[in-house]
Design a protein around this ligand. Sequence first.
Ligand code: C2O
Ligand code: CU
Length: 498
Amino acid sequence: MPAISRRTVLLGSAGGLLTVGGLAACSTSSGTAVTSSSRAVETAERGRRAAGQRTVTARLAPRQATLDLGGPVVRSWAYGDGVPGPLLRATAGDRVVVTVDNALPESTSVHWHGVALRNDMDGVPGMTQNPIGANKQFTYDFTVPDPGTYFYHPHSGVQLDRGLYGVLVVDDPAEPGAYDAEWIVVLDDWVDGTGQTPDDVLAALRKGGAGAGGMDHGSMGGMPMGGLGGDMQSPLIGGAGDVAYPHYLINGRVPASPVTLSAKPGQRVRIRMINAASDTAFRVAVGGHRLTVTHSDGFPVATTETDALLVGMGERFDVLVTLGDGTFPLVASAEGKSGQGMALVRTAGGEAPSPNVKPTELRKHVVLGTQLRAAPQVALRSRQVDRKHDLVLGGSMRNYRWTINGKTFDDADPLGVRQGERVRLRLRNMSMMFHPMHVHGHTFGLRETGARKDTVIVRPMAAVEVDLDADNPGQWATHCHNIYHAEAGMMTTLSYRG
Ligand code: C2O
Ligand code: CU
């Protein structure tokens, strides 16, 4: 039923637990860093393990591959022979054991985006583990505590902008499942193998922006950008990305040769949407339909009706849709850029829409993650904030240096916290670009709406405050999920101190 490959989810016995040495972050705040090899990490994990825990095992084989994107054939890197990589599926509370056989020509890592897992399995080389060298193997082994829609990708350079991503669904044993079918929709921006690699793109951006694939930011003095005909205001007004991609994909296909998502008229489907793109936010709508948003970044929200959703890089949304009779386009329009991804929603015959179709829903009511409210059962309980950190987001296209509090990651000041604290992060964007900010290992609550998220869009020159409970000891990457911004410095560490 979902139009992506569903293989390699095997139930079986666990492999051996692999221990890795943690690396201490520099310590400008008081106390010593609670590293990923600390006892506290093991203790926290023991708290997540229940008796009779089931184990889900899988293998991932990152390697060079020739991919057919539904017309364009590209050489890239993938987890197997297609994009997205294998769908991994577990139930909340399960132990997930994934062995990675690295057949890439360089070192890699796998990060489990959004999962509140043990710190030494978070997949950040130099922070929580050593890189997995070429031809080397590493086994991730962790408990998945919370149900939801997650994904996995490398945390090594700009490898995410290759074909290296896949979805991890954690089912809720207590969920009623008030829907007839489930579809998984993965959004991506694509450049690799079209004459440039993501490394070439980064080099071009560093050399002074507008290379072959660069966006023209010269004419953007606060004007809405094109991409939808120019008459539509973008909430990301100012700058909606640095790279003009040749292709935008849904489940690995260009719009000229889309995947088909099938069901029967009148059926209710749950769509799990994941934005795995590196530099593109997508505005998503289904022609002729309304969307009921039920989850954001895996956690339930107060259900919200909308025509369209804006999905930042690293964000996930689950929506329910009651299907009409016919064939409809599911469009992911590249916000502020020209181009789109498309999938076909089919419940009956009818001609396939054109790859350029722009459903009117795209121009109607658009919801952002920051506008959603938490479902009451997942709202953080109110309590006094013990510690506040400001993260001033800055940078410029001129030298392509992106900063948090004026510093790039190599000399960033870690955000010190102590276990048990309620922590407030004040994300203040002082740049003309939007930044989808992501915190590893935690699902924060938006101060304004309570919505639980791990990735939140901070619009140009705007601020968002998020609260989290420091209940998962270790060193946690905190960064912009624009992979080029992260690589160019917009990253720091949420650093537990002992
Ligand atoms: Cu999906 Cu550190 O990222
Ligand atoms: Cu950014």
